[in-house]
Design a protein around this ligand. Structure first.
Ligand code: CTP
Ligand code: CA
Length: 225
């Protein structure tokens, strides 16, 4: 019993966490990306690790420090991130904190696009794979708990509830990233946890506090099988 307590409630459980932005190349020196420091993802990986989980942290080029004591896989694009996530399964749970670029540039140029007397380049786009949606819909080897994030503006709750249904995930952690909240790029977060049982607003707190609370809730859910 002593050892079980010391080991933590997530001991022996593999959990995949995605984090950071993805970069979608335009040419060798340019890319498109979402805003994401990766701070919330790193905090979640550390909180899950502290509860004993075997974390696989799949991160795009984020500025936040990488979590210590976990397996870190560095990727660039959404397609790279998808491949890394699929390669990391099976897992007991998966948390998708990454801000994945929705589109990639299909007209990617192998050489640097030069300015041409005011003639503007035209970019063509294709939709990226939706990693959360794909994992949540796996017939074989779906993680027991699939947690998505939703960075929203306007009606955060309605958007998050709709997103949970559309993605097929178990939970959505939603936050309001309207500029006036100051959350984007900051050290605090104020989230709504959307589950099958309803919507819980969590108080605004440090990203580490939010991460610990989420990790504890996950441990609780996984222990109930
Ligand atoms: N996500 C993902 N792969 C994508 C896009 C999103 O895994 N290609 C995940 C994100 O990591 C997040 C969740 O899906 O956990 C929601 O991302 P979001 O961008 O809010 O959802 P979208 O379906 O892309 O909707 P929107 O049009 O609002 O951007
Ligand atoms: Ca998106």
């Amino acid at each position: 019993i002593q050892q079980a307590l010391a080991a933590g409630p997530l001991e022996g459980k593999r959990i995949v966490v995605t984090s950071g932005p993805t970069h979608e190349p335009i040419d060798p020196v340019r890319y498109i990306a979402n805003r994401s420091s990766g701070a919330q993802g790193t905090a979640i990986a550390e909180a899950l690790r502290d509860l004993g989980a075997e974390v696989v942290f799949v991160t795009g080029p984020a500025t936040a420090p990488r979590p210590q004591g976990v397996q870190v896989i560095e990727v660039e694009s959404a397609r790279d991130m998808r491949a890394a996530v699929m390669g990391a399964l099976p897992a007991a749970a998966a948390v998708f904190a990454a801000a994945v670029a929705d589109w990639r540039v299909t007209s990617e140029s192998g050489s640097k696009i030069k300015k041409q007397d005011g003639r503007l380049p035209v970019l063509e786009f294709a939709e990226n794979p939706d990693i959360l949606r794909e994992v949540a819909h796996l017939q074989d080897g779906r993680p027991g708990l699939v947690v998505g994030f939703a960075a929203e503006t306007d009606d955060v709750e309605a958007n998050a509830v709709a997103k949970r249904a559309r993605k097929g995930c178990d939970w959505i952690v939603a936050n309001d990233v309207s500029p006036e909240t100051g959350i984007m790029g900051g050290t605090e977060n104020a989230v709504l946890l959307v589950t099958g049982d309803g919507v819980e607003p969590w108080p605004r707190a440090g990203k580490d506090v939010v991460a610990r609370r989420l990790a504890e809730r996950m441990a609780d859910a996984l222990s109930k099988g």
